[in-house]
Design a protein around this ligand. Structure first.
Ligand code: GLU
Length: 463
């Protein structure tokens, strides 16, 4: 069997977005499941939209997620290089010349304003989507020559009439489009740059890509690409179009929506666990046959089955994302967490701190924030609400014993018995008086982590 090859081909126009990361992830899982190769290449011909460092950022963020391409501009396989479209302009232009020679493509001399006029006329006639009419433009030979000289032409693919372009979509099943509904389209722009549809076909063909997984916004491009494959007499890869990702209200994610963290960089900077994000993204539009949720990279690779890609939109559920992050945080080795939080305290204290706080933390930054509570203990509490019997009783008991987690716990239990209070009425006053915080992890541990001196000083103040 032919080696499976998938690819992720972003434009370096910005940072790695959740949508792109998910596409890359599915391509990666697909390739790895079948022992194939996952290729990263760049669609960087839209020079004006390229951003400085875009390529690097895409690759770095993918690497952070653990998605390491087998081939990329930085790790090229000679057989398939180059991996940046901007370095292949001559290749595209030569192939286009071949198509012109074969009669499958032609020069179209329409100026942009003439195309606009044609479009308006079609709109007036009620034609919903524009279809280029090669006979619309009426110019004489000398005008044509002038435009030829000034390179005022684009190259269009000559589509066969009334021909069905069809494919079995890996996600959606059979899709077909009639060539008459497409119209001859541009494959080389007047500036000498190929269009996306043309370049992507050449790249996929030359790189021997076997399966193309991409966002559903590309469904309308696929018949055009099939037409190009046919014009060349090349075999096309298989296609699968992933459904959109929506926000909680069911609306398509908009990059402009600032209320949601949509860039992988955001999660990296906030100290999320990359394995958790990897796992979460894999479930954005895919489910495992056994319905498991927490799965390692290896398990996901093993279980990945393209037949289980969802046909309905996937909701980006931030609550679920946090839940995943918590599950992963609990599993991280204490020593690893200690190495990440930069704590000046001793080993035993650090051990207890991370063990206690990792039970509920979502991110490393959250652990760091919690660490500050101990490194710079608050001096005063604005409202010392804790001058009540619970605190007094607890403190009385605490004074009688040595300062250990077990003894602190025993004093809390004793207070409960003596005063016959429980739940919030018991824990809240003690927590506030001893830790100066309303929330925190297991109370006895939180108190112990502050150390006897600080806790006694605080409890004294409240008495
Ligand atoms: N640069 C295109 C995109 O990011 C790639 C489309 C494709 O995979 O064919 O949407």
């Amino acid at each position: 069997m032919k080696k499976i090859r998938t690819r992720y081909a972003p434009s370096p126009t910005g940072f790695l977005h959740i949508g792109g990361a998910r596409t890359a992830l599915f391509c990666y899982l697909f390739a790895k499941h079948y022992n194939g190769d996952f290729v990263f290449r760049l669609e960087d011909t839209d020079v004006e939209r390229n951003v400085e460092g875009g390529e690097e950022s895409q690759l770095n963020n993918l690497a952070w997620l653990g998605i390491i391409p087998d081939e990329s501009p930085l790790k090229p396989n000679k057989k398939y290089a180059p991996y940046r479209q901007s370095e292949k302009l001559e290749i595209y232009q030569n192939l286009i010349s071949d198509l012109i020679k074969k009669g499958n493509a032609y020069k179209a001399y329409d100026l942009p304003e003439e195309i606009e006029k044609q479009r308006e006329e079609q709109e007036k006639k009620g034609i919903a989507s524009f279809r280029y009419d090669p006979n619309w433009l009426k110019i004489n030979e000398s005008e044509k020559l002038k435009r030829e000289k000034e390179k005022q032409y684009s190259i269009r693919l000559k589509l066969p009439k009334n021909k069905i372009f069809a494919w079995e979509d890996l996600v959606r099943g059979h899709i077909e489009v009639n060539s008459d509904d497409i119209g001859d389209f541009v494959i080389l722009k007047s500036d000498g740059y190929p269009t996306y549809n043309f370049a992507v076909v050449v790249d996929d063909h030359q790189m021997e890509i076997t399966h193309v997984l991409r966002g559903e916004e590309h469904i309308t491009n696929t018949p055009k690409q099939l037409a190009i494959y046919e014009a060349f007499g090349w075999k096309n890869p298989e296609f699968g179009h992933l459904t959109i990702i929506t926000n909680m209200e069911g609306k398509k994610l908009s990059k402009r929506d600032k209320t949601l963290k949509q860039f992988i960089e955001d999660y990296k900077n906030e100290g999320y666990n990359s394995e958790a994000i990897f796992n979460f993204l894999a479930l954005l539009g895919w489910t495992s046959a056994d319905k498991s949720e927490i799965m390692s990279r290896e398990e996901l690779i093993k279980k990945f089955d393209p037949a289980r890609l969802s046909k309905s939109p996937s909701k980006f559920d931030i609550i679920k994302m946090e839940w995943f992050s918590k599950q992963y945080m609990k599993k991280v080795e204490n020593s690893k967490l200690i190495s990440l939080i930069n704590s000046p305290k001793n080993k035993e204290w650090n051990e207890l701190f991370v063990e206690t706080y990792k039970q509920h933390a979502v991110t490393i930054n959250e652990l760091k924030e919690n660490l500050k509570i101990y490194l710079n203990p608050k001096q005063n509490l604005e409202n010392c609400i804790a001058t009540n019997s619970v605190v007094k009783t607890f403190f009385n008991e605490l004074k009688k014993v040595s300062f250990t987690i077990e003894n602190i716990q025993a004093c809390i239990d004793k207070t409960k018995d003596i005063l016959n209070v429980k739940g919030k009425d018991l824990f809240m006053p003690i927590r506030i008086a001893a830790t100066y915080e309303e929330h925190g992890p297991e109370l006895a541990k939180a108190i112990y982590l502050f150390g006897k001196d600080i806790v006694f000083e605080r409890l004294n103040k409240c008495n």
